[in-house]
Ligand binder design. Structure first.
Ligand code: PEP
Ligand code: MG
Length: 893
């Protein structure tokens, strides 16, 4: 392998091999910008080092050759006594890991060459300061000596001579300091500071390789989801000095404003300084305009270089530069980090400047950035007191009084208060409270817990799994961070960061959200300044383009007409999932109770008859809101126990009543039924199609309600487009039975109304067996919808309601998972089943319509997977519809 690339040999597309910094240094060299001569040691060399525990022997040879070339180019020798060549040794991985890995400057100085440097630069103080920096950095990063030792020696020296800052130390002081530093090296490492320049270089290179695997670097990678096996490249660059007097200096610059995206040049400059001094903020920096006054020639060169870079990268770039005695050098560039708002504005500005196409513009922004723009946000400037930090389950910024149950939530909101519902965990019983609450906070549960899923669906801010919070409903207390809070106390939730604050935190509204919900004019009207108006226009252009290029449609998961309308406003092209079980919560629960308790056909018929008009009304409302758009209605899919009283509570109640001799017959019956239906693993129990086949008449009732609602709306001149979906199918026979029944009902209701009801009947693919036998299931299905929540649960064997709180934190820590598979689709495992399902389905019916309605349908990374897998649509919560539109567009270009 070739381990060393001269800057003149690589280019920007070789980030895997040369790291980000190395690839960009090569690119700048290639386009003729002034980069100090140097070379990059590849990430492959680092991987070899990690594998073998030693630097590959060929590397030493290649380094010699590259060093000699530099020496010849600039006419100086590494470690020369008179005009020494010095180099910096810098890490540079594929993905930037700021501050995580090592850098050593001034490599090549020793007791002899420091004198040469003094002579050659004409600045003795500078030479000795450079030497002491080398020993300090080398000692700390290469020899792993506690940096405190050097820092305190430096402090002691300053005190001794009465120097206020480092700059006040004289050459003589610095000479003394070099001696002290060498003594520290001797004491701490048991060896002399290496005098041989090549030994310094080799040791520094090895140290950079080694820094890839430090504890903090590993931790950082885990958090940023950067793979551990990439390794880092090492850049060896000729030193140039910004600290050689007033005609030298160092700075950073952006080709456009990274917070507004406005074109123009932004940056800071510090005369007579080295890079570290800028970062350390010791002295106040100058603006680039002030640099123009100081050094017009270098300034003009800098402007030209920045223009070149923007033209070349066709994007906002940031750079680090040094001026050494009036000569400009570029030390680093990269496509610059920017805020979410700037990303959208820069993308459209570059289109307007004819530097990129609209296809490129949509790939320059992300769904995650759009998400940030949609939520009201806490004012970061305001005073805030952090109580705890937990899982950011549903974004937004919510402020309100603590309430601990539905009753409190209702009373307080009716009195005009904003409330935050605080619970240990939520269940369908808490729905009322969740609906009126501005935010939901739970101390248990993960990102797909009930609280999280429901809150996301409603667009309500939620923070879940806040284990440091102790919710004590009996004492009416919430204990956290040594404080005891009570209902009525105000807290603030940041659903984007997972932070929980005490007290009021001011919130700023999002004009982008106004645009999404109410259209361009409303968005512009809500914008208070030009920059925001520009942003709204940019988002509009980008979304419009994404819509025009995407292949996948975007539908919404909507249970009610209200949700449906909301989704439609945001651009949903239909409903991909209406969870009908949600229509049976609250007061209607008693009807389900009647159904369960019904003994014999007649009682059951009566119970079902009670439900029919209610369901019909639900569907009329939903189908009317979705007029003309496909609306997938899923037949009921609950674990039944969710609708029945808690077994323990009921058993206690009955026992107590018996004791007192006033037990009610109804409760005894109910208890027997609940006992009969009690399941150890309800999620693997009587759910979905199993329930439909077990309880006669239940599915039939729903199908009849759909059919009658369709007839009613057609009579009113509407265009309802229902689709019937069967949940939790594992065998084609299950679907066949339901289908037969459904077709019978549709035919009967249609005939009675003198019309044909051609309602598609399909099923969820949410069990591994369904995915694996999709070719058979497709025989009976008009469409498939992948239920990736249950598919993830059943593929991994992870309970979607429990595991996130239980051990995901450990699994993320030890690297088994890099992200919850309930949040981003596990492409290798669950994804393989999705692909198998698609392939199986299409092998039977080449045009079988397929989508996904699990939570993953709104997750950016997963959306790209579904596009590639060939799905026709994704369905997600109404709030995420614009994000899915954008990502589906990005996936298509
Ligand atoms: C699923 O399992 O992915 C799904 C959409 O159904 P539910 O979340 O209602 O189980
Ligand atoms: Mg499911």
């Amino acid at each position: 392998a070739k381990y060393v690339y001269r800057f003149s040999e690589g280019d920007k597309d070789q980030k895997d091999l040369l790291g980000g910094k190395g690839a960009n240094l090569a690119e700048m060299t290639k386009i003729g910008l002034p980069v100090p001569p140097g070379f990059t040691i590849t990430t492959e060399a680092c991987r070899a080092y990690m594998r073998d525990g030693q630097v590959p022997p060929e590397l030493r040879v290649e380094v010699t050759m590259a060093m000699r070339e530099i020496e010849d180019t600039i006419g100086r020798r590494h470690g020369d006594f008179h005009e020494p060549l010095l180099v910096s040794v810098r890490s540079g991985a594929k993905f930037s890991m700021p501050g995580m890995m090592e850098t050593v400057l001034n490599v090549g100085l020793n007791d002899a060459s420091v004198k040469g440097l003094a002579e050659f630069s004409g600045d003795e103080r500078f030479a000795w300061d450079s030497y002491r920096r080398l020993i300090q950095m080398f000692g700390k990063t290469v020899l792993e000596i506690d940096g405190e030792r050097f820092a305190s020696a430096l402090e002691a020296k300053k005190k001794e001579v009465g120097a206020a800052t480092d700059v006040d130390l004289t050459a003589e002081d610095l000479k003394d300091l070099v001696e002290s530093f060498k003594q520290i090296v001797r004491e701490e490492s048991g060896r002399e500071f290496p005098q041989h320049p090549r030994e310094q270089l080799d040791m520094a290179i090895e140290a950079v390789f080694g820094s890839w695997n430090t504890e903090r670097a590993r931790l950082y990678r885990r958090r940023e989801r950067i793979p551990n096996d990439l390794g880092t490249a090492v850049n060896v660059v000729t030193m140039v000095f910004g600290n050689l007097g007033e005609t030298s200096g160092t700075g950073v610059a952006f080709t456009r404003d990274p917070s507004t995206g406005h074109s123009g040049v932004y940056g800071d400059y510090l005369p007579n300084a080295q890079g570290e001094d800028v970062v350390a903020g010791i002295r106040n920096t100058l603006t680039l305009a002030e640099l123009e006054g100081l050094d017009p020639k270098s300034y003009a060169e800098l402007m030209q270089a920045m223009r070149r870079l923007e033209t070349h990268y066709r994007d906002l770039c940031d750079i680090e530069f040094t001026i050494e005695r009036g000569k400009l050098w570029l030390l680093q560039t990269r496509v610059g980090k920017r805020t979410a708002g700037a990303a959208f504005r820069v993308a459209t500005q570059l289109v307007d400047e004819n530097l990129i196409t609209m296809d490129e513009a949509i790939s320059r922004v992300s769904g995650a950035q759009l998400t940030q723009l949609l939520f009201p946000q806490f004012d970061g400037e305001a005073d805030r007191k952090l109580l705890t930090r937990a899982m950011a389950a549903s974004p937004g910024a919510a402020v309100g009084e603590i309430v601990l149950d539905n009753a409190q939530a209702l009373t307080r909101t009716q009195a005009g208060a904003n409330v935050i519902l605080v619970r240990r965990e939520t269940n369908p019983d808490d729905l009322q409270g969740m609906i009126v609450a501005a935010g939901v906070l739970t101390s248990r549960g993960g990102k797909t817990s009930h609280a999280a899923v429901v809150a996301r669906g409603m667009g309500t801010t939620a923070v879940v799994g806040a284990e440091e919070i102790d919710v004590d409903v009996v004492a009416q207390e919430v204990r956290v961070a040594g404080q005891v809070l009570h209902p009525g106390d105000v807290i603030a939730l940041d659903g984007t960061t997972g932070e929980v604050f005490l007290g009021e935190v001011p919130v700023v509204d999002s004009p982008v959200m106004r645009y999404i919900a109410e259209g361009l004019d409303a968005g512009l009207a809500a914008s208070e300044d030009d920059a925001t108006r520009e942003l709204v226009l940019a988002v509009d252009r980008i979304l419009t383009h994404a819509d025009s290029v995407r292949r996948m449609q975007v539908r919404a998961n909507a249970d009610t007409a209200e949700d449906g309308r909301r989704a439609r406003e945001r651009g949903a092209q239909g409903v991909g999932l209406c969870r009908t079980e949600h229509q049976f919560l609250g007061e209607r629960r008693t009807y389900i109770e009647h159904l369960v308790l019904a003994e014999g056909g007649e009682a059951r018929e009566a119970a079902l008859a009670e439900l029919l008009p209610l369901q019909r009304k639900d569907f009329v409302d939903l189908l009317e809101a979705m007029d003309g758009l496909p609306t997938t209605i899923r037949l009921i899919d609950p674990p039944l126990h969710e609708f029945l009283p808690d077994l323990t509570e009921l058993a206690v109640k009955v026992a107590v009543a018996k004791e007192q001799g006033k037990v009610e017959e109804r409760d005894v019956k109910l208890l027997a039924a609940v006992q009969r239906m009690h399941e150890q693993n309800p999620m693997l129990g009587l759910r979905g199609v199993r329930l439909g086949l077990k309880v006669p008449g239940l599915f039939a009732l729903q199908i009849r309600a759909i059919a009658e609602a369709t007839v009613e709306l057609r009579r009113a001149g509407k265009d309802p487009r229902p689709e019937i979906m069967v949940p939790l199918v594992g065998s084609v026979r299950e679907l066949q039975i339901v289908r037969e029944e459904a077709e019978g009902i549709l035919a009967e209701v249609g005939a009675a109304a003198g019309t044909t009801l051609d309602v598609p009947i399909g099923c969820m693919i949410e069990l591994p067996r369904a995915a694996l036998t999709a070719h058979r299931i497709a025989e009976e299905a008009d469409f498939f919808s992948f239920g990736t929540n249950d598919l993830t649960q059943t593929t991994w064997g992870f309970s979607r309601d429990d595991v996130e709180g239980a051990f995901f934190a450990d699994y993320l820590e030890n690297g088994v998972l890099t992200i919850s598979p309930f949040e981003t689709l596990d492409g290798d495992g669950v994804g393989a089943l999705v692909r198998a399902g698609v392939e199986g389905g299409r092998s039977t019916k080449p045009h079988l319509h397929m989508g996904v309605c699990g939570e993953h349908g709104g997750d950016p990374e997963s959306i790209h997977f579904f596009h590639n897998a060939g799905l026709d649509y994704v369905s997600c919560s109404p709030f995420r519809v614009p994000i899915a539109r954008l990502e589906a567009g990005r996936a298509a270009v």
